[in-house]
Design a protein around this ligand. Structure first.
Ligand code: AHR
Length: 493
């Protein structure tokens, strides 16, 4: 029998809803053929796919990052404004395609407003110049009688967009990046970008470009940019054909968060930095199938991947004092929870935990005690891609659990991933406070086997089952099915 012990006094901190944010890149069919498809009967007057928006809205993503990703390091944003027929088609060097520029900054802002999310723009620090970055901020946020603010008005947008979040380049450490830099050169360049951008609008907030959270790159960048930035970005993609390696892979995010928090603490202390600096995990996901072979990155997600995604979200909740922003990479078609063709869409397996967390997890994370069976990986099983391959083999608990409560402590949301491939686990859920768990509802994500995927033919192979439970008391027992994710909502009486 496993044990989940909940003490309402053991609070970790506030869960920032921005950990449920998203990311769209000009890559494969994410923008064109994903969120945007002109002349489709499924699109609205802006060319936005209505069925996609209907699927995106329940994810309630507080921020949407754009336009890349690797794409941004060769992107000149001015190509994407003004009359669409006059916008240039360009060679696209990051993903070796062509860019029509029919979706640009004005369309992005319109999209954010339509789905009710806030924009987060990453600037081009590859081929982009200081002038371009300064002009981009002025175009978006300028209120004066100046060239770029007036051009926005001329393009039909009288009011400023007030874009708060600005990323200082994407993965500038990478050989694959257009305009790769050393950490020292990146710092020098980023400081100049930050200066002119902030002189244009002092209210914007910067996100520095980190690597995995514990590398020399991260240390040098944090040391150099701490006084400028509010967030330090790190990226993580994991995944494996091996079931256990896959479902436990989020432990790498936990380690990154622990280490990057330590680095941030040291830098803030040494430099006497008063403002907080938090982690923006602004690209994260399971991604291991469609890497070199397919530049459209149309990963089809299994139930095992959905369990890994749920464990990632649990990691973010546990480290809620460190990670304040996290952007699932990406939103549609490209390593994404939503998959379209010209006639419609289906929801991938990973969509379901994302929606359940965003809809049900509450404001305050609790430090929950969990006792469950464990599993230890063998060295051969630890096969996640660079730069996240560091051999932490466990032991890992089969039940991965987080608990959140609302501010008035009347409601609980308990997220449990049973990563055991073969066995159900019954757990006693115990309240240490003299209160009663009541009105318990279970939302379970599961399927016939961990390998099952959703598809146009079988869109509901992995789905959410909702059960109202006839259970009440200070202690309740619940059996978590093999390879399942369950979110329990309960009231406290
Ligand atoms: O999300 C796919 C790619 O992964 C992004 O373009 C890049 O930033 C990362 O390497």
């Amino acid at each position: 029998m496993s044990k989940i012990k909940i003490d309402l006094e053991r609070k970790i901190g506030n869960v920032d809803r921005r950990i449920y944010s998203g990311f769209i890149e000009h890559l494969g069919r994410c923008i064109y053929g994903g969120i945007y498809e002109e002349n489709s009967p499924l699109s609205d007057e802006h060319g936005f796919r209505k069925d996609v928006m209907d699927a995106v809205r329940p994810l309630r993503m507080p921020l949407l990052r754009w336009p890349g990703g690797n794409f941004v390091s060769g992107y000149h944003w001015t190509d994407g404004i003004g009359p669409k027929e006059e916008r240039p088609r360009r060679i696209e060097l990051a993903w070796h395609t062509e860019e029509s520029n029919r979706f640009g900054i004005d369309e992005f802002i319109e999209y954010c407003r339509t789905i009710g999310t806030e924009p987060y723009i990453c600037v081009n620090m590859g081929t982009g110049t200081l002038d371009e970055a300064q002009a981009w901020v002025e175009y978006c946020n300028g209120t004066g009688n100046t060239y770029w603010a007036n051009l926005r008005r001329q393009n039909g947008h009288e009011e400023p967009y007030n874009v708060v979040y600005w990323g200082l380049g994407n993965e500038m450490y990478g050989r694959w990046q257009i305009g790769m830099l050393s950490a020292e050169d990146y710092v020098k360049k980023a400081i100049e970008f930050a200066k002119v951008m902030q002189w244009t609008d002092p209210n914007i907030q910067f996100i520095s470009c980190g690597l995995n959270g514990w590398s020399d790159w991260d240390r040098i960048v944090l040391e150099g940019l701490a006084s400028f930035v509010r967030y330090h970005s790190i990226h993580i993609y994991t995944g494996s054909e091996d079931y256990y390696s896959n479902v436990f892979s989020a432990h790498q995010a936990e380690r990154a968060l622990r280490n990057s928090q330590a680095m941030i603490d040291i830098v803030r202390y040494e430099q006497n930095i008063e403002h907080p600096i938090h982690i923006a995990y602004d690209e994260w996901n399971i991604w291991y199938r469609m890497r070199e072979a397919d530049t459209r990155l149309e990963e089809k997600y299994s139930l095992a991947d959905a369990l890994a995604v749920a464990s990632y979200l649990n990691s973010f909740i546990r480290h809620c004092n460190t990670v304040k922003i996290a952007n699932l990479a990406q939103l549609v078609n490209v390593i994404a929870p939503i998959f379209t063709n010209e006639q419609g869409l289906f929801l991938q397996t990973i969509y379901h935990p994302l929606r359940l967390f965003s809809e049900h997890m509450l404001e305050t994370a609790l430090d929950v005690f969990v006792d469950s069976e464990t599993y230890t990986l063998s060295p051969e099983q630890e096969v996640s891609p660079w730069p996240h391959r560091v051999g932490d083999l466990g032991p890992f608990k089969m039940l991965d659990v987080t608990v959140t409560c609302d501010t008035s402590e009347r409601e609980l949301a308990i997220a449990v991933v049973n990563r055991d491939r073969d066995h159900a686990h019954t757990a006693t859920i115990q309240l240490t406070d003299p209160a009663t768990l009541t009105g318990v509802v279970a939302y379970e994500v599961n399927g016939k086997s961990p390998e099952v995927i959703n598809s146009f033919e079988q869109p509901h192979a992995v789905n959410v089952q909702e059960h109202r439970l006839d259970l009440e008391g200070q202690n309740i027992n619940y059996t978590f099915a093999p390879h399942s994710f369950t979110l329990l909502r309960a009231r406290l009486a």
